[in-house]
Structure formats: structure tokens, C-alpha cells
Design a binder for this molecule. Sequence first.
Ligand code: ATP
Ligand code: MG
Length: 398
Amino acid sequence: MMTGIPSFVKTLMAALDRGGYESFVVGGAVRSALLGVPVHDYDLTTNATPDQMKEVFRGYRTIETGIRHGTLTVVCEGKPVEITTYRKDSAYGDHRHPDHVEFTSALQEDCARRDFTVNAMCAGMDGSILDFFGGREDLRNRIIRCIGNPDARFDEDALRILRALRFAARLSFSIDGSTAEALRRNKDLLNFISAERIHDELNGFLEAPGCTELLKEYREVFEVFIPELKALTAARYDSLCEALERAPGNSLIRLALLLSYVQQPKQILKRLKYSNTDSRLVLSLIAGKEKPAAGAADIRRAVRDYQDDVPAWISYRCALDPSLDEEEILNIYRKIIADGDCCSLKQLAVNGDDLVQAGFRGKQIAEALDTLLEEVIEKRLPNSRHELIKYSEVMKKW
Ligand code: ATP
Ligand code: MG
């Protein structure tokens, strides 16, 4: 039984039922409900055609962006629900998209086109489960298994290779033996998948708690779209994977860890369509992989270099080096912020104009400011205008 189907979903199912159509909750919602984890969105599948759905939901706010693939989004009680006409598989010429969309009136055919057994269970309005492919059994045994012949399913749509890894990581499931073999055999088909889709799946995978073991186990799959990883020794690669486990479930911090020792991480990020903001963070973390993090001055220097990203750097740095005490470093950082310690040129009690007044010229000005900031960060000088100007007079004589 699937319990707790909310009223906004039941209302839509009842409307279809009154129109003479059947509908079922399908996919992730059923999987999550049976696992007892929160359901984040509900998808319905129905034998009503798109035109018939539009008729049934005339009085509702609807969004038609997916209508060519048979999906109508209907808003009920302010929440959007995707409702899709039963579809069946047609040929996949490009290893990603079916050549054309074909509707069917048979629920079982709609389930058969879905990727994994645990994603192909349906629930009726009363919560009763329909399970044509042994999804419940696989859920119980915590297994990701393709529906049908795994080689054929990965060949149709190679994105399923990454989806299998993402679901296995997220749910802490294992991948069934023949699905796993097919996944490796077909890995090169990932070359047909757009960088945008790989980007999204990779992020979802890296955020998942169970990604470390899968990264190790399926290294060759990740090397298809990050061939730069091939240059790492097994010991290095495995230790980076283990570092991911110590980091928070943040895809950018974890990606930085994975790419800490590759050549040209910038090119990889660009190729995988990471935004400039995301790339900047990842690259700055990698650039700080060996920055000292022992004392307060080190952390003040990190504030100078990372500003708001200091906590991300602390997580990254501590994940790479388990001998560091993250809690202790965070406490130092919190104290620096609470005390308002000077860590940046902006906070420094003197500025460029003051140094011009003191007789500095050209690039000496920036150099002198950096030196003063360093003295303040080290707490060899207080951040006082008077003291800093006095010190700059001394510096001028050097
Ligand atoms: P999530 O919690 O990540 O949203 P989900 O199971 O809802 O998990 P979606 O990507 O939202 O996953 O897809 C919804 C459903 O559509 C899946 O459960 C699956 O049945 C089917 N599906 C999605 N993508 C594919 C695909 N590439 N091949 C076959 N079936 C797919
Ligand atoms: Mg979903």
C-alpha cells in the first residue's frame, strides 16, 4: 500500500476518473513512499490522451510545456502535478531520445519503458500498488535493476548509466549484477549525452551520501567524461574518493575534491558546463588545497582570500586532510568573525590615499598595503590608523 497520497493529487485522479479515465501515481513518489522517505513531487500516468486531459482539466490552471511528449502539468491547491499519457518505447536513434513519441492504452507498456524496476511501480487512488517488474522485491533488497535487457536499455538512452549510479548513491542501493556489467560495457555511449545532462546527473550523484564507493567501483565510467582522472594513481584516486565522504553533501566541494590533482581542472569545468560562479569556487578551493589551516592567522588569511566561502574551504581542506580538526578550525573562524578581526584591505585602518600622503608612489602603494595587512593579520601590528601610518614611515626607509 502507498499511504498518504495527498488531497491535491487525489482531486486530480478523481477528476480523471469522472471523465472515464484511469490514472496512477508513478515513479519516484511511489518509490519514496514505500521506502518511508519524504515524497517531493507526484507524477501521474494516465490513459487519457493530451487532448482528453486538457478537456478534463479545463477549469484548472495548466502548463503545456511538455505536451508534445504527452505531459500536462496541472496545478491543484497551488501545487503542480505532471500528468503524462501512457507512452511506449520507439526506436532511440541518438542513444538519448526516442525518435518519436507513441502513446498506448496499456499501463504495463508505460511501465516497461521506464528505467529501473524500483521506478516503475504505480499506485491507485486507494493506495493499492501495481508492480509488473518486481520493483517491490528490488526495493526490499535495495537493488537498482534495469527493466528488460540492460544492454538494450542503456543503448536506447545512455543517460540511464548515470541515473543508475545516482539512484544507487542516493538510496544506498547496490546495482544488480547484470545491470552493473551492462553499465560498464556501454559506458562509452555517454559520449552521446549532452554536457548539460551529464552536469545535472553528476551533481545529483556527488550530493548523495553513497557516492564514494561507487566512484571507486565505477572509476572507468567517470573517466569517460572526465578522462583527466586516468592520470591519477589508484592510491591517489581512492584517497580522493574517501575525502568526498568526509565532506558535506555539496556537489561543488566534492567536485573540487575529485579534481584536486588533475591537470587543467578549468577545462573540465568548462566542458561540463559549470557556470562561471561555480567554476570560480571549485578552482579557488583547489588552489587552496595546501594552504595552512593551523592557527588564527592562517584562517584570517583564508578570510582575505575566500570571504564568504571560508566555510566551504574549511570543509574542503579538512576533508582532504583528516588530521585537521574541523570543529576547532570553525571555532577559530567564528571567533574571527565575531571579534571583527581585520582580514581584508577593506577593513584595514589605512587606505591608498593615506599611503600617497605618506609619500608612496605607483605599485609601492599596493605592496605597502599588502604588507600592512599581513602585519595586522599576524597581529604584529594593531589595526590602528596611527600605528599603521607610523609603520609605513619605517617601511619607506627600507
Ligand atoms: P527524483 O526523486 O530524482 O525526481 P524520480 O524517480 O522521480 O526521482 P525523475 O527523473 O523525476 O525520477 O523521473 C520520473 C520517472 O520517469 C522515473 O521514476 C522513471 O520511471 C521515469 N524516467 C525518467 N527518466 C527516465 C529515463 N531516462 N529512462 C526511462 N525512464 C525514465
Ligand atoms: Mg521526479
